[in-house]
Design a protein around this ligand. Structure first.
Ligand code: PRP
Length: 201
């Protein structure tokens, strides 16, 4: 049995879409339900559902053997895991966004302070960062910050709040991550799962 950590957020919807497109019916039946249960077992694979930033924590500890996580999470924080491969879904990007007429960025609100710090440091731009836990679009609207560093996927959240992208920072993709020990001790089961979801031929 192997354990795979998933997150129930936007990445999960993209994973389900990918499974539908690739006729992975066995997994879809088990995963695409309205249950609040935090785990489910399909044959030899136990799926657990965690918050995005917790997926690498489960994988690092070995409680989960594999994880599917956005590259945003493993770029923002450092984890002792194997970064196995990019997955063909979950594409979005990080941007600096603000009101359309904003010209200067001195204060930025974000959930991703490490990524924002690195970005502005590389640009040699002196910016103060305010850490928020979500709904960061509110900050420039209320005058808490000049802009935000945040994930943009469809662009709908920015549009609905009258904000626009000013600078693109980096692309984000879903990634398959693995525990450094069990990736080798459970090699055959892991290989079967990776092959089944079509990540390798
Ligand atoms: C993310 C991000 C934006 C939104 C962007 O938030 O922080 O708010 O998605 O997506 P869009 O471009 O498709 O509109 P998330 O839903 O993860 O929740 P959060 O506000 O708690 O960060």
């Amino acid at each position: 049995m192997i354990t795979v950590a998933l997150t129930k957020g936007r990445l999960f919807k993209d994973f389900l879409k990918y499974m539908n497109e690739n006729d992975l019916n066995n997994y879809i039946r088990a995963l695409d339900g309205e249950t609040r249960s935090l785990y489910t077992i399909v044959d030899n694979v136990k799926f657990i559902f965690a918050k995005g930033p917790d997926v690498p924590t489960y994988v690092e500890s070995g409680v989960a053997d594999l994880g599917i996580v956005g590259s945003d999470i493993i770029t923002e924080d450092t984890f002792n895991i194997l970064n196995v491969s990019q997955l063909p879904f979950g594409d979005c990007h990080f941007s600096v966004a603000a009101l359309p007429d904003q010209e200067e960025f001195r204060v930025i609100a974000t959930k991703y302070t490490n990524i924002a710090h690195e970005y502005f440091k590389n640009k040699r731009q002196d910016v103060s960062l305010i850490h928020l836990n979500g709904s960061v679009e509110l900050a420039p609207l209320l005058g808490l910050s000049d802009g935000i560093v945040d994930i943009v996927q469809t662009g709908g959240t920015l549009r609905d709040n009258g904000l626009v992208e000013h600078e693109k920072i980096m692309d984000i993709h879903a990634r398959l991550i693995a525990n450094k020990r069990t990736f080798y001790t459970k090699e055959d089961e892991i290989y079967d799962f990776i092959k089944e979801i079509g990540v390798i031929e």
